[in-house]
Ligand binder design. Sequence first.
Ligand SMILES: Nc1ncnc2c1ncn2[C@@H]1O[C@H](COP(=O)(O)OP(=O)(O)OP(=O)(O)O)[C@@H](O)[C@H]1O
Length: 434
Amino acid sequence: MNTPVIFIDDEKSVRHALGQTLEIEDYDVALFASAKPALDQLTNQFPGVIISDINMPGMDGLTFLKQALTLDSELSIIMLTGHGDISMAVEAMRLGAYDFLEKPFSTEHLLDVVKRAGEKRQLVLENRELRRELEVQSGPGPRILGNDPSIKQLRRILSHQSKTHTPLFIHGPSGCGKSLVARFVHDHGLQPQQPFVTIDCSATGAEVQLRELIASITEQSCGSDTKLSPYFATLYLKHIGQTPPQIQPALEHFIESLCKENKAVRVIVSADTDNHQQSQAGLLHSLYFKLGFISLDLPPLHKRRNDIALLFHNFLRTDCSRFGIEPPHIDARLEQWLIEQGWPGNVRELRQFAERYALLGAKALDTQPQHGSDQSPAATLAVRVADFECKVLHDALNRHQGRLKEVQQELGLARKTLYDKLRKYHIDKKDFKA
Ligand SMILES: Nc1ncnc2c1ncn2[C@@H]1O[C@H](COP(=O)(O)OP(=O)(O)OP(=O)(O)O)[C@@H](O)[C@H]1O
């Protein structure tokens, strides 16, 4: 995403000249002739830079500065002062402006100040995000490990969602961490001490279990009216797409009532599908579209290969301390071998392998089924090429710590092509900043 810049100046010619200069440098510029409408657009999430003239009719620059900083005291605001207007500049800095520019100023100087102000603002927002994530991650209960952008994004969403009752729909193949996410949400939720109930809708006897659950918390009151009295804080229904068809209508009605009437309960469902397939199945369709579940995606492990070594090291350490043994040395060749495996059983399979490795050392390699380095048995050429392209982009972004100009040069891509590809693979350059 290009850095947004809000530029306020009542002089049309200045506005347009500076607007163009900033646009050429890839900023997303919004021009304002007065301060009030610019203030109306600002929020404490604004990710860019604000440049404002001081002397303007209506709301003057200093008043704008004060009001904007009450929204967020860490906004990056640059003030433009008249020649020799030192007292104004000093006052602006005292109030909390990021910097000031004395007219007339050179284009280089302007661009330099805007660049630094943008970087500072990004740092402020990243730190806030990290603090929020850390608060959630450092609490009791399981941790969701991984540095892949998809996992970072998941943790970011959960850090916002954990203290709500919004129903969640988790997608991802078997063993990729759906149950872990459900448990994590409960443990960091509003009532972690209350029960967490899981029902596997694909298991034998799921129909009986579901009917019993519905009956146990449904109280008949006057006439045909019913009331739900749940004894749990979280209901996790896994493999929801495989619910026996005969109970699907009752279950759908039950979930709808739980979500709508009972704000103290969180419903989490999961399915081994990617969310593009949902619309084909009736129950999934209703949950996703009618009931407004928030959708969370967990990619298979072969799509986040950079996390394999990290997960393996963590599992191995935990297992070794559980068994009371020293963790064995892991060399680069073993790490490479781990990264090249297909892991069709995803994180669960890797975890089981780590446990065997803790006990058997290198002999564990002989027990590992050979899936080859294929992404999945059914991966088409297009999928493999896309996976490879995505990995090349990740590697380059990692090397250049998210600096797009350098990535563009290394890969010989036009700017727009690079942006298109980042969008296509949902890659955010912010995830690679050092
Ligand atoms: N990101 C992660 N960090 C740490 N552990 C993980 C992570 N993802 C998965 N695991 C571990 O991998 C194992 C399998 O995960 P989990 O049971 O949550 O998968 P699932 O998607 O619910 O599988 P299924 O659909 O087969 O029930 C668990 O032991 C879980 O703790």
